[in-house]
Design a protein around this ligand. Sequence first.
Ligand code: SF4
Ligand code: SF4
Length: 221
Amino acid sequence: MSSRFTCYRCVHCCFFSEEKESPVLLWHEMLYLSRLGELLGLKLDFKSLGQGFYRLVFNGFCPFYDVSNRACRIQREKPLACKMFPLLVSISSLELTVSLICPWVRENFTKISKGMTLEDIEEVFHEEFKALREVVEWVYVVSKNTSKTAIYFTTYYKDLAQDVINKFKEKYEVIKIAESSVVDGFYYVLIEGEVDVNDAESMLKRDEITWYKIEKVPPIT
Ligand code: SF4
Ligand code: SF4
C-alpha cells in the first residue's frame, strides 16, 4: 500500500448542510474554540452530545473557514476531528471508517477498501492517523476519571507568558500548552487535576495580562 492520501483542499469537510456532519469536539477543544471564537468576534454554536463531547454546529461554511483562500483559518489549532478527517472513529466501538464525503476517498475507494491493516491505514493517512491516535489516547487514557483545569490568558508580553506558564509547571502537572496562531498573545494551558483558583489568580492577576479565564474540565466517564 503506497499511495498516500492527498488533500485536494476542496470545501467538503468545512461546508455542511446537516448538523450530524459537523465536527465533534472533545470538551477542552470546545472550551478552546469558544474562547478563540470570542476573541475573533465569531458567534459559535455548540451542542452537547453528553460524556464530554460537543458538536460545533453550523449550517454552510464553518465560521473558521476562509472562503477566499479556501483554507481553515485555524489550521494549526483546529480540532482533532478536523485533523483526522477523512478518517472517522466511533468512540463507543472504536470502529474506524473513512468518509465518502471526501473526493480523494471516493476516487481511491476500491484500493483502500480491500482489507487494509492498521499499518496500511497509518501509511496512507499518515498525519490524519496521528490525530486519530490522539483522540483515542485522550478518550481512553488522558481524560479517564480525572478532572483537568483549562487556563486561558492573553498578553502581548511573550516573556511574561512564558514566566506564567513556568510557574504553573512548577506547581502543577501541565499536559498541554498552546499559543494561538491566529490571535496574538492568546495562550492556553491545560493542567492535570484541579487547581486552587486563588493560587491561579495570584499568577494571572497582572497588569500585563489583559484577560484570563480558569475553567474546570470534567473527566470523560
Ligand atoms: S475548524 Fe477548520 S478544518 Fe474544521 S471545519 Fe472549521 S474550517 Fe474546516
Ligand atoms: S474533503 Fe477530503 S480532499 Fe476535501 S478538504 Fe476535506 S480531506 Fe481534503
